[in-house]
Design a protein around this ligand. Sequence first.
Ligand SMILES: Nc1ncnc2c1ncn2[C@@H]1O[C@H](COP(=O)(O)OP(=O)(O)OP(=O)(O)O)[C@@H](O)[C@H]1O
Length: 384
Amino acid sequence: MPLIVIYNPASGSTSGKALTDDTLLPLLTSHHITPDKIAATERPNHSGELVLDFLSSLPAGEKSVTVILVSGDGTLHEIVNALWAKRRERQTPYPDINFVLIPGGTANALHSTLFPPPTAPDATSKSPSESDSTLLASLRVFLSSIPRIIPLTVGSTTISSDSSSPETVLTTVVASTSLHASILADSEALRASLPGIERFKVAAEANATRWYHAQATLTGPVSRYDPATSAFIPLEEQTLQLEGPFAYFLSTTNVDRLEPAFRIAPFQRPGLNSVDVLVVRPRRDVSLGGKDGEEERTAFKNRLWGILGGAYANGTHVESRYDDGEVIVEYFRAKGWEWEPDEKDEKAHLLCADGTIFTVPKGGKVVSTVLSRDAHDLSLAVYA
Ligand SMILES: Nc1ncnc2c1ncn2[C@@H]1O[C@H](COP(=O)(O)OP(=O)(O)OP(=O)(O)O)[C@@H](O)[C@H]1O
């Protein structure tokens, strides 16, 4: 099967080249495997060009290829979007594309979902790197006598407005607004000084008391996680409207965590063909008495911080409740969602798609949905 190795020398702690040269390639050689191509990404979006060029170089009729990717989630995101953008320019369908993931990025959400750390590192751990036992886990599956591949769910997120043409981006990990999108937007500026996951915490602190004004709709079928029965209960309605303001609004496909220890959507997994949506709406907190002054926002921030800390304790945040018994983190499973930011709330216009930040134009909205295989025309899977 055709094989290309791609590493991102700039991702995470910039160890991609050393990992490739010193560990990956010698291991492949010891298994008598010679990649057809080995390439470093030289700039943003280069990974997509490398894969497209590689596919173009193959004889017609090739059924499947393997891409060994030494990077974080953002590089995979670029490849998926490049394939999708160029799909109509090909005479024949793409071959199946099976990824071996070697975590060389900062967060490595997909890899750490597939191969969770043996003991979850504590929340204050400074090391973003995965333990040695999981570092080569996907590669070991690829090299095994019965390699197993798991298909990936693909989501599409479209930003539209009257003033501009719609822009669609595919996601395989996360699509979010509110706190998470603000954190990602601010943390990128900190990448040079804080290359590890600490930069997310610094950015989180800067956005902690903000509430986001928007109208959100979940599109169905929709089900709601019930902590009492530990099950998702289907809703009768096909759509569910959620009034803001929001402190947190995040959806994941394929992944149950965004970092090795941050298990924010504890029941999501690859190939489910649904999104898990986590929502926190401060107005549901009866202890705030319906007010949203400085004092209430600070009180709510402390509460939210404590609750989201449960994501670092194997996902216990989804069990937490307000004093009146209502769940604090609303956890839904759906086909998709829509987000219409309030025109006056600038930060509610931020959207994060697999770590890339977009700004919704004034008067615009976001429509995010899981795509069927027929709709995206890609066959993507990971060795796991
Ligand atoms: N040679 C390069 N120089 C600078 N940036 C690059 C280069 N090659 C790729 N990139 C960019 O590096 C960015 C980060 O890559 P990636 O997302 O894989 O790592 P990460 O952000 O550290 O990890 P994660 O997404 O898991 O948090 C990508 O958006 C990509 O565009």
